[in-house]
Design a binder for this molecule. Structure first.
Ligand code: GAL
Length: 363
């Protein structure tokens, strides 16, 4: 380990240096950091550039620094993905340094292979629209496309410093990566709403998942124009956030994390034959002692290929002391027959055409 630390200290990449010693105290974080180092060192080998443009099939490295086309670590925390045509758009909290402290930012990236991301725009650069105070928050943005109104509709958790406003913000835009306009905030169906999640079913219907602190978490259908929430599908009476749902081979799988703020905890899942339930008991998605390998769920992304359907777990590895350096844990899930399991994070590749995901064997 001492040798590894020595090598790390000589590396050119300061964000890793700053956090390395702390990270390596923890087993899982240590493993993820080594993956990050490998990846980052490869980037640093090309003078003046962190990101290269590798060929399709380039691995995704869970927990690593993930540079965009500009060589900057992706700022899409607590994010979500929308597929438009063949292009994936990743939206998330932009927590870069040097931003205007009065504003909250959402960035948008595009990709055709889920591994290489091109920065498109800071689609939200909003000043406090509801007089929530200096430390107001705009978190977990999710974008839906409404084909009837031809509008992109962005939902986010909007709150004050004490998280008592507990509402959603709705913003719209005619272009997927344009500048979104703030419309309003509200409590879905009159309920408290903190962490939100997004689910689009195979028939295209769109749902908001939201954490309702007194009761549990709810899944509710959006109104026809997506600007409101019109019908509750279920209340799962379990106190969970970071909620995500996937429909896989006739069964709905819901995952979420416990309420431990930025600290990771064992995320769990339940299944149901329909969104309105009945939902099974919750079970761990990973060895509980790993605390979901240091991450918290934000979405499950289903990729349907010619040979396989892969469901990707998308989680955030939060770094509350240095949020811009928070990482992403993306891994293909083992899923089917009512079971869901997040394997130990390893670099992996995805063939978008066939839908086949492969982990890369350790050297
Ligand atoms: C987490 C939540 C994050 C953020 C954080 C603040 O539980 O998932 O989105 O709200 O708490 O402490």
């Amino acid at each position: 380990m001492g040798m590894v630390l020595g090598v790390v200290d000589r590396l050119c990449c300061s964000p890793i240096n700053m956090n390395l010693h702390r990270l390596l105290r923890n087993k899982w974080a240590g493993a993820l950091t080594l993956a990050a180092l490998w990846f980052f060192a490869a980037g640093c080998a090309t003078p003046g550039r962190v990101a290269t443009t590798p060929p399709t099939g380039e691995p995704i490295h869970p927990g690593a620094v993930w540079p965009d086309d500009r060589g900057q670590h992706l700022q899409a925390h607590g994010g979500g993905i929308l597929k438009v045509g063949r292009t994936y758009y990743w939206f998330g909290e932009d927590r870069s340094t040097g931003l205007d402290p009065a504003r909250r930012y959402v960035s948008c990236y595009s990709s055709s292979d889920l591994a290489h991301w091109t920065f498109r725009n800071q689609v939200v650069k909003l000043t406090d629209p509801e007089n929530l105070g200096r430390r107001w928050v705009l978190e977990r943005p999710k974008v839906f496309y409404n084909s009837k109104t031809r509008q992109y509709v962005l939902y986010a958790h909007i709150d004050g410093n004490g998280y008592r406003f507990a509402s959603v913000a709705v913003l719209v835009c005619e272009q997927v990566d344009g500048d979104y306009r703030y419309l309003r905030s509200f409590r879905p169906l009159g309920h408290e709403s903190r962490d939100i999640g997004q689910f689009i079913d195979d028939d295209g219907s769109a749902y908001l998942i939201f954490e309702d602190r007194p009761y549990g978490f709810r899944i509710a259908k959006l109104s026809p124009d997506y600007l409101g929430v019109e019908k509750e599908m279920c209340l799962i009476p379990k106190h969970m956030e970071g909620g995500a749902v996937v429909h896989y081979h006739g069964l709905y799988y819901a995952i979420g994390s416990a309420l431990t703020g930025w600290k990771p905890n064992p995320n769990q899942y339940a299944t149901a034959p329909s969104l309105s339930g009945p939902w099974s008991a919750f079970k761990d998605i990973a060895p509980p002692e790993s605390n979901t390998y240091g991450s918290q769920s934000t979405m499950m992304l289903k990729v349907v290929g010619t040979q396989a359907t892969t469901v990707i777990f998308m989680g955030d590895i939060w770094k509350p002391q240095n949020q811009r350096d928070s990482r992403y844990l993306w891994m293909p899930l083992e899923i089917g027959n009512g079971k869901l399991w997040l394997p130990e994070p390893k670099p992996w590749t995805l063939d978008l055409k066939t839908g086949v995901a492969r982990t890369i064997p350790s050297p």
